[in-house]
Design a protein around this ligand. Structure first.
Ligand code: FES
Ligand SMILES: [Fe+2]
Length: 347
């Protein structure tokens, strides 16, 4: 998982005052809204004896552990240990890790990485309108590695095979095909057309444009006036949270606009993804994506660019382990995990 990015982790509407528990980035997280309706996100584990805070109650913006009633403020500091009395000094270490959180574009985002100030801007596609009235969205957890899903988001030449039954007549030749990379932005566009020996001008095919903001956002423009937005967030290395939203400009009437988007969304989930894409994605070997794990061709150039950046950042973000050899008298063994940034300061 790539550190030092904002990650959309859940739809805004799913977070209320009552704590909700989700697993993302290989961690159990608890989210709730404090009195001013700001969203708080923390690790869902009480430092005392490990109970899930999400089973507790929110009291004046603090979360109260269900087991012995210890309370934690919105920055994760323990503020009350009932069995010690309300005036007791809280011993050090009673802190729950909390994450910088933002709410935008219908999602809750957390900063997953080193503490920094200021944090970078939330990523977003300028092309997408802020008005969500005519959009429809849904999310699922898939048992597929997130980088495998992200590389598949670029994959246009699977269409005439995986989706043969619902896209008859779509050609198999990817020509022309362009890939452009600028920092975290990877943009691919071109045509999928018949392999009939003619040029793209003589025999045009199906036009597409796919844009990815590394590491988790994809915008697919596969038809005029319809845009498919996809978020892929790691649940852990083997499972991913996939959120999909359709934007359409055909129908802009109240409710009817949403209904049309919802119909397209249902077709996406029930016709394309669940029966057709998912079985193939689950079958991929190895389970984890990598530039050298499979043999890529020119039509995979978008995926290759994603994987190149993914591997580069994975290497940079890998935590180094420093082991202190136990000294005979102190009989202690300490293992510290430090980031490469910290490591360069030490060395
Ligand atoms: S486990 Fe949370 S207060 Fe004891
Ligand atoms: Fe597909």
């Amino acid at each position: 998982m790539i550190p030092n990015y904002w990650y959309a982790i859940i739809e805004s509407k799913k977070v209320k005052q009552k704590p909700v528990s989700i697993k993302r980035m290989a961690q159990d997280l608890v989210l709730w809204r404090e009195v001013n309706r700001n969203v708080i996100c923390m690790v869902d584990r009480c430092p005392h004896r490990g109970a899930a805070l999400s089973l507790g109650k929110v009291k004046d913006s603090c979360i109260e552990c269900p087991y012995h009633g210890f309370q934690y403020s919105i920055d994760g500091q323990c503020t009350l240990i009932p069995c010690m009395g309300k005036n007791a000094v809280i011993p050090p270490g009673f802190v729950v890790k909390s994450f910088p959180t933002r709410e935008a574009q219908g999602f809750i985002w957390i900063w997953w990485g080193e503490e920094r100030s200021p944090l970078s801007e939330l990523p977003w596609f300028e092309k997408l309108p802020d008005d969500l009235a005519h959009t429809a969205e849904g999310s699922q957890v898939w048992n597929v590695n997130y980088a495998r899903i992200m590389e598949s988001n670029f994959d246009i030449h699977h269409l005439p095979f995986v989706h043969r039954s619902v896209t008859p007549g779509v050609g198999t030749l990817l020509d022309p095909y362009h890939v452009e990379v600028k920092d975290d932005l990877i943009c691919t566009w071109g045509q999928l057309r018949r392999d009939d020996g003619k040029s793209a001008e003589e025999s045009p095919g199906w036009f597409f444009r796919i844009t990815v903001i590394f590491p988790q956002l994809t915008l697919l423009e596969l038809a005029p006036k319809v845009r498919l937005f996809v978020v892929v967030t790691p649940v852990d290395e083997n499972y991913s949270w996939v959120a999909i939203r359709y934007y359409q400009d055909y129908v802009r009437l109240p409710l009817l606009g949403w209904f049309v988007s919802w119909l397209i969304l249902m077709v996406e989930f029930k016709v394309f993804q669940e029966p057709q894409d998912l079985p193939v994605l689950r079958s991929l070997k190895p389970k984890y994506a990598g530039l050298r794990t499979n043999k890529l061709v020119a039509a995979d150039a978008g995926s290759a660019q994603y994987l190149k950046r993914y591997e580069q950042l994975m290497r940079q973000g890998t935590l180094k382990v420093i082991v202190h050899i136990p000294l005979p008298k102190r009989r202690s063994l300490a293992i510290r995990l430090i980031s490469p940034h910290q490591a360069s300061k030490i060395s």
